[in-house]
Ligand binder design. Sequence first.
Ligand SMILES: Nc1ncnc2c1ncn2[C@@H]1O[C@H](COP(=O)(O)OP(=O)(O)OP(=O)(O)O)[C@@H](O)[C@H]1O
Ligand SMILES: [Mg+2]
Length: 262
Amino acid sequence: MSPVSEENASTRFSNRESDAADMRAIQEFLDEAMITEVLNVVKSGKEATVYRCRAHPSLGVPYAAAKCYHSAFHRSFQRGAIYEEGRVIGNGQVERAIKGRTEFGREAQLALWVDHEFEVLSTLHYAGADVPEPFACTDTAILMELLGDDSAAADQLQFAPVSPADADDLLDRILWNIELFMRENVVHADLSAFNILYVEEKLTIIDFPQAVDPRTNPSAPKLLERDLRNVLSYFARHNVGLDEDPATMARKLWGLWKYGEL
Ligand SMILES: Nc1ncnc2c1ncn2[C@@H]1O[C@H](COP(=O)(O)OP(=O)(O)OP(=O)(O)O)[C@@H](O)[C@H]1O
Ligand SMILES: [Mg+2]
């Protein structure tokens, strides 16, 4: 288990500018009776803070993760136009506000990223992929299944103790997920051992706001190859390799997807 911040969430709220926005989002989940309490911060970054919450009994799980995005999110260099190519906004007024970089436009753009992550998680969860079950979203936050146990959230695969015996199966399972994502017209586009959680020999893939649609995004083949490269380089460090290089694998997978053979 990763060391989880023991800071009390209410103390944190008073300390950081973005905490007020996080609290507003969390209040919505409390008001909707989806959670009953915020327990602690799992991870706090410039772009998002993830809180471990006690779930309301109606959710049918003991804990939930509230991922609260900050306004810095869409300014990140990573969230470049490359991920937004081909996305349909569908409302001329919102599109103009986004292009004009008005305050409303910035808020709308953040809400689009959040909504996109929620939609992708919903599609993939429904398809049976190893992703957290999404429960709800607001303009700035997503509530989803928390991976972990009674004491802490799950480790990122990057920092998890993985036995050599398990590594082979894990790689197979990740490749199975990447194929399933493609079948659902999703390329993760930021896949690495940092965005895979690992608990009790089971993996869960997280963090989908930048996911792209291979039908509409011309950079999708390149992003698919980069995902495969990141995954394979993690496993190479565990002495698990494949005969094929990421470029060949990406090309083959793309071909199968393109001709409907996945
Ligand atoms: N459903 C979840 N269950 C348990 N832990 C989670 C969950 N979702 C996110 N986390 C934890 O929060 C971290 C950040 O979440 P995520 O990767 O979705 O956001 P991010 O934008 O990449 O944030 P950062 O850049 O700070 O890593 C994860 O690396 C993981 O440790
Ligand atoms: Mg991440």
